[in-house]
Design a protein around this ligand. Structure first.
Ligand code: COA
Length: 152
C-alpha cells in the first residue's frame, strides 16, 4: 500500500475495478460489459486509488504477450480509468507507477497496452511509446499499441 495525506493506493478486487471501469470506459453499458477475460487469473492484479475511502481510479495488470515486442516476460495494462471529475490531477500517473513497481519487482521486462487515441499523450508522459500502426476496436474507436521497458 502507498499512503499519504490525500490518498492511498492498494490492490483491489476485480469487482471494485468494474465499478470504476463502468462510468469511465463503458458509460451507459451493463456491468457485464466491464468484465475482461483474465480479470480473475491468478497472475492478474488490480490497483485502486482511494480518496477518503472513495475509490476514484483503477488499473488492471494482466500477464499477456504482444508479438510486437520481443521480451519474454510481458504484462498488459488494461482498464486504466480515473473518474471524470478527478482526471488531470496526476492520479492516473500514481496508479500506473504503483503497478509498474510491482511488475518490476516480479522481473517483468515489458508492459504494453492498447491505448485509446485520446489517451496517447497520457501514456507518452509516462514514457510509453507507440508501436506499429493504429487500429480500430469496434464501438470504442482508434487505438495504438504502446509499450514501455521496465527495470532499466
Ligand atoms: C487517461 C487517464 C487514465 C489519465 O489519468 P489522469 O489522472 O487523468 O492523468 P494524469 O493527471 O496522471 O496525467 C495528465 C495527462 O493525462 C492526459 N489527460 C488528462 N485528462 C485526460 C482525459 N480526460 N482523457 C485523456 N487524457 C487525459 C493529458 O495528457 C494530461 O497531461 P496535461 O495535463 O499536460 O494535458 C484518465 O484521464 C481517464 O480515465 N480518461 C478516460 C478513460 C481513458 O481514456 N482511459 C484510457 C484508456 S486506454
Amino acid at each position: 500500500m502507498l499512503k499519504n495525506s490525500n490518498y492511498r493506493i492498494e490492490l483491489i478486487t476485480s469487482e471494485e475495478a468494474w465499478s470504476i471501469r463502468q462510468p469511465v470506459l463503458r458509460e451507459g453499458k451493463s456491468i457485464e460489459a466491464c468484465i475482461f477475460d483474465g480479470d480473475d487469473f491468478e497472475t492478474t492484479f488490480h490497483v485502486g486509488l482511494f480518496m477518503a475511502d472513495r475509490l476514484i481510479a483503477v488499473a488492471t495488470f494482466m500477464k499477456n504477450s504482444n508479438k510486437l515486442f520481443l521480451e519474454n516476460n510481458q504484462f498488459q495494462l488494461r482498464g486504466m480509468a480515473v473518474l471524470k471529475v478527478f482526471q488531470g490531477n496526476g492520479y492516473g500517473h500514481h496508479i500506473l507507477k504503483f503497478g509498474e513497481s510491482i511488475l518490476a519487482k516480479q522481473g517483468v521486462k515489458m508492459i504494453w497496452c492498447n491505448a485509446r487515441k485520446i489517451a496517447v499523450p497520457f501514456y507518452q508522459k509516462n514514457n510509453y511509446t507507440i508501436k506499429g500502426d493504429s487500429f480500430i476496436i469496434p464501438e470504442i474507436g482508434i487505438h495504438y499499441v504502446m509499450g514501455k521497458t521496465l527495470g532499466i
